[in-house]
Design a protein around this ligand. Sequence first.
Ligand SMILES: C[S@@+](CC[C@H](N)C(=O)[O-])C[C@H]1O[C@@H](n2cnc3c(N)ncnc32)[C@H](O)[C@@H]1O
Length: 255
Amino acid sequence: MAEIDTLCGWGAQDKVDYFVANSELIVPNRKEQLDFLVDLLPWQWDQPIRVLDLGAGYGAVAEAVLHRFYEATVTCVDGSEAMMRHARTRLAKYGDQVELVLRDLAEPDWRRGIGGPFHAVLSAIALHHLTDERKQQLCHEVFALLLPGGLFVNDDVVEVPAFFQEHFALLVDRAIQEQIKMRTGVTRSIEEIRAERAAHLRPTGHSHIAPLSTQLEWWRAAGFIAVDCYWKFLNLAIFGGVKPPDDASPASVLG
Ligand SMILES: C[S@@+](CC[C@H](N)C(=O)[O-])C[C@H]1O[C@@H](n2cnc3c(N)ncnc32)[C@H](O)[C@@H]1O
């Protein structure tokens, strides 16, 4: 039996290089998503918050956090050496505010020596690579790593109702087309965009894209409160929850 690639192809240098060079073009509303992930963090910008970034890739989320929260430290976990090489270069200017940890999130022992507790655990476009079983376990693992009042927020691809699948796929590609035009001035056809993505990103078939409503239930089952989808565009959603604060008052989250 063929071995399952738990990284879903992200170990390959060419796939990684393509994503790193093009993520702001091929992920709809990429900048809005990264900005909003950081907007969700309810702390003062000068607080030395500790953040964990799961499936951190080349460090885009970490960089967005550190740009705003200049005293923060971010632990970036990813399973791809190729991605980590990019992260090392990109985040070098933050010195010891960043720690890069090579781990496979498909394995429950990824938490070994990971430190914490954390104020926030964030993830972008990564957790859909884990099986549904692992995603549920991860909710519990992250809960244990968070401070009371800490956030676990996932920015990820979610399952679209079958009725809309084809139409949403077209709308996603039109959004990408518009984004490319705005950023580069070039109008590319939908066919070109699809062909390029298929050639460079080579879907491996090992993704496990789950419905949003199911994932919100997993967050609740792990003990999170304030569980909701905070932002959504077609098949992309930013959702999560809060570990209950000790005294259950909003002020204790911010203290
Ligand atoms: C689409 S990239 C997103 C990277 C980054 N979060 C961003 O938004 O730019 C998906 C990332 O998930 C990581 N990943 C996928 N499966 C993983 C696993 N089982 N363990 C650790 N990382 C994984 C890949 O290596 C890759 O860096």
